[in-house]
Design a protein. Structure first.
Ligand code: ADP
Length: 854
């Protein structure tokens, strides 16, 4: 139930209502709301105040406001203000918006905006304060202030020219110091000008277009031409931004002068091109291009780089006083030489060029000539001549020119560089061409020479073939000749033997001296003829390579002794004393055919006797010469032989005039001797002086004696002893005493065996008949008849046919061995004798002959 209220009650109720409203208002206010009493103690504290200052309501109620939210520095002022209000009821800060610094519970200070209002509640006065944090706003204001200052700074101190202009009127609104410095106008002048004033007039329409865009808020960047106060035109890179400026639509422009940069770029491009040209020349040079190709590759670029309408590479022919175009480039066309020739005078002072000096030629000043005319016609009024010098030689010039007589230093230096490089390249190329020409010529010559040589070669081959045919022919003829000779000698010898035989019989019976003399003539003639036939035959055989030789160790002393024995009767007849020296060497052996050595020595000794004076002296000497050789010499006391005649000495049939002196001879002895000695690897020679006698000598290789060899190499006789005692007779037909001795010693090992030696074939045959030996040992080279002959006769003899014949020969050619075995020889032993083999054969043969049935 409700009771109606009294007036006081109503008033109180109204107050309460209003207080409640205020409380709600405060609680939900956006600002912090704080009330304090006159003493400055906090009486209310809304949630915003809690947030703003960090104090909860329950902690601050009743606290002094000044101690809670006012920074220490301002507390005193606050207290003073409050005291004054208490005294006067007035305060300057009341009822208006003020800004202060407040203190947060955490100690930080921050700006606040507040309004303080005194209020009356009944009799009590209190103050309510509305506070708001204005930190953000303050910061923004500060930022704006800072940014403006920054902008000003940037604008004013920017090293790049900057300005602001009105996009509607194009008036300059502001310029910076850099613009003033760069363009040459004072700031005041600028501010009276429009941006079109710093453009060349022709660029203004385009400028207006761009500004229209800027007016619509678009930015712009581009390169413009600007005119400075002094009239110079510069290339400038402009960046424009549309901005507000002092409430006007404006544009801020930043200018960057590119003129220097562009110039630098252009000169960089030129120097790149320059290098490119030099490189081009080098490349052509390395690629071994021809001079004209080098000029062709370089000239158009050079013309462009020089910025001239015309450039020519000229080669000088100093001998004829002419110039020839290697290549010429005009505005449109490139002409490659050669062909165009003109006088050297057009190149200016040649001596100066040679010194490396440039020539500038004014075409009008040239003497009147078709060439000068042509130049003028093609628009060349002046041209520069740059010498090309390779090494020390002026080889040509690069010339270029046009209407202008200006040749800027850069142009000149480019032309010089190119000319220097071209000179080197052209010289190289010319050198290469010369070398190539030379090589080609050489190749041609080599080719021709090769042809010649192969022709000569063919001819030579033909000739060789021809000669071979001729040689074969000659060999055939030679064969035929020696065949003929041997047949002839046989045919001649048979009747000759008859003539000689019967002549000797007749001689026995001849009574009358004149008959005896006639017969003597026949015998002499016959003997002469016989020796002639024998010697001719020997020479023919040697020359046909058909003379059988059997070299073996021959004891020097034996040969000398035998020859002296044979010569003694002749010497006695002429009262010539015979002498032998160097006999200590007689036991030495030489390597020779025993019989042929004998023949040679006999020939020398008989010559010595024939040509010596009566009562002279003949000396046969033996000495060792170097390198294991022995020399046998025959010296006489005859007329000697003059050096002039020596060459003819060994020619067949050349008797050196002896035929006129009535000395008998054939003129074949020495010729045959020389051939025989050489066939036995010996040397024949002569030492003589006219009137001082002659010394003929022969030299042979020394050999070991077979007997020495036997004692050196063979084992003791005990080893060689026979298994059983053998008896028998052995006939050895051999003329070489060394061999006889060897066999003798060997057979001595078989005491039951008797050895019969025979030094001639016929003697051997006779002894065979007489002694009927058990074995015949047969040498093939015998003084009278050949071993073949002996074998044949033995084989043909019914009584001796079964006697075994063993051949002992130095000749070991397989054909020979085969032939003799086929002819009936039991065995064929070669010299030097293998004693063991010989004994085995001896034992075997003798034991077979002892068999009862044999
Ligand atoms: P010939 O049968 O004439 O002796 P040779 O060939 O033996 O032939 O000799 C040739 C020539 O050499 C002889 O005719 C002679 O004139 C000369 N002659 C050879 N030996 C002597 C010598 N010992 N003294 C001088 N002259 C010689």
């Amino acid at each position: 139930m409700r009771k109606p209220l009294g007036q006081g009650q109503q008033a109180q109720a109204a107050l309460r209502q209003s207080e409640e409203r205020f409380r709600l208002l405060v609680a939900h206010a956006l600002d912090a709301v704080i009330t304090i009493d006159l003493q400055g103690l906090i009486t209310s504290w809304n949630p915003q105040a809690e947030r703003l200052f960090g104090w909860p309501q329950e902690e601050v109620l009743g606290r002094l406001l000044s101690e809670t939210i006012i920074p220490l520095a301002h507390r005193e002022a606050h207290e003073r203000g409050l005291a004054r209000f208490r005294a006067t009821g007035e305060g300057p800060v009341l009822n208006r918006r003020i800004e202060l610094t407040a203190l947060h519970r955490n100690g930080t200070e921050f700006p606040v905006e507040l309004a303080i209002t005194p209020m009356q509640s009944g009799k009590t006065t209190f103050f309510s304060a509305f506070l708001r944090d204005i930190s953000d706003r303050t910061r923004a204001e500060q930022a704006l202030r800072d940014s403006e200052a920054g902008f000003r700074l940037l604008f004013a101190h920017n090293p790049l020219p900057m300005w602001v202009y009105d996009v509607a009127t194009l008036d300059f609104l502001e310029v910076n110091a850099a613009a003033v410095a760069h363009y040459g106008y004072a700031r005041e002048e600028f501010l009276r000008m429009r941006i079109s004033d710093i453009r060349p007039p022709e660029d203004v329409p385009k400028l207006k277009e761009v500004v229209t865009g800027l007016a619509m808020g678009m930015d712009h960047a581009g390169i413009w031409r600007h005119r400075l106060k002094d009239g110079r035109i510069r290339d400038v890179d402009i960046m424009s931004h549309s901005i507000e400026f002092a409430g006007r639509r404006a544009a801020l422009a930043v200018a960057m002068d590119l003129t220097e940069l562009r110039q630098t770029q252009a000169s960089l491009a030129r120097s790149t091109e320059r290098l490119q040209i030099l490189h081009e020349i080098d490349r052509a040079m390395i690629a071994a291009e021809a001079p004209v190709a080098i000029a062709e590759a370089v000239l158009p670029r050079l013309r462009d780089l020089l910025g001239v309408p015309r450039a020519i590479v000229n080669l000088f022919d100093l001998a004829t006083g002419e110039v020839e175009w290697l290549a010429a480039v005009g505005r449109r066309r490139l002409r490659l030489g050669p062909g165009v020739r003109f006088p050297l005078a057009l190149m200016g002072d040649v001596e100066a060029l040679r010194r490396g000096e440039l020539q500038v030629i004014d075409v009008a000043s040239l003497p009147h000539s078709p060439d000068a005319e042509a130049l003028l016609e093609s628009g060349v009024l002046t041209y520069m001549v740059v010498p090309m010098i390779a090494g020390d030689e002026l080889i040509g010039a690069v010339s270029f020119g046009g209407a202008s007589s200006e040749f800027p230093p850069e142009q000149v230096s480019i032309a010089r560089e190119a000319a220097t490089q071209l000179a080197i390249a052209l010289e190289q190329a010319r050198l290469r061409e010369r070398v190539k020409r030379h090589t080609d010529e050489l190749e041609q010559r080599v080719h021709e020479r090769t042809l010649e040589l192969s022709a000569a070669n063919e001819k030579l081959q033909r000739e060789v073939a021809e000669r071979q045919r001729a040689e074969a022919e000659a060999a055939r003829a030679n064969h035929a000749k020696s065949d003929f000779l041997s047949r002839m000698s046989h045919e001649l010898r048979t009747p000759l033997n008859a003539i000689l035989g019967f002549a000797q019989l007749l001689e026995l019976d001849a009574q009358r001296p004149e008959d005896r003399e006639s017969i003597d003539q026949i015998v002499k003639g016959g003997r002469h003829l016989l020796s002639l036939i024998n010697e001719i035959l020997d020479i023919a055989r040697i020359e046909a390579g058909r003379l059988p030789l059997s070299p073996e160790p021959v004891r020097v002393g034996d040969s000398i002794q035998q020859v002296l024995d044979l010569a003694r009767p002749l010497a006695v007849a002429r009262s010539i004393e015979l002498e032998s020296i160097g006999e200590a060497l007689h036991s030495q052996h030489v390597w020779a055919d025993h019989q042929r050595l004998q023949q040679v020595l006999l020939n020398l000794v008989s010559n010595a006797i024939k040509y010596d004076r009566d009562g002279g002296r003949l000396t046969v000497a033996c000495h060792a010469v170097a390198e294991g050789r022995l020399r046998i010499s025959v010296t006489d006391t005859g007329p000697g032989i003059s050096p002039a005649l020596r060459e003819r000495l060994f020619q067949p049939f050349d008797r050196l005039g002896a035929e006129q002196r009535g000395v008998e001879g054939t003129g074949l002895g020495l010729a045959l001797s020389k051939r025989l000695v050489e066939a036995m690897s010996g040397v024949i020679g002569l030492d003589s002086a006219p009137g001082k006698g002659s010394t003929f000598w022969v030299e042979f290789l020394q050999a070991e004696s077979p007997v020495d060899r036997l004692t050196r190499t063979e084992p003791s006789p005990a080893v060689l002893a026979s298994p059983a005692e053998r008896d028998g007779t052995v006939l050895y037909i051999e003329d070489n005493l060394s061999n006889l001795r060897l066999v003798e010693r060997t057979i001595a090992l078989r005491p039951g065996v008797k050895l019969i030696p025979a030094m001639l074939g016929r003697l051997g045959l006779a002894l065979a008949h007489q002694h009927r030996p058990d074995l015949v040992l047969l040498d093939l080279h015998l003084p009278d008849i050949s071993g073949d002959h002996v074998l044949r006769e033995l084989q043909e003899d019914p009584e001796l046919r079964r006697t075994p014949v063993v051949i002992l020969s130095a000749d070991a050619t397989p054909g020979q061995v085969q032939r003799l075995l086929a002819a009936g020889a039991r065995a064929y032993l070669t010299k030097p004798l293998d004693v063991r083999q010989f004994l085995a054969l001896l034992d075997e043969t003798l034991s077979a002959s002892e068999a009862p049935d044999e």
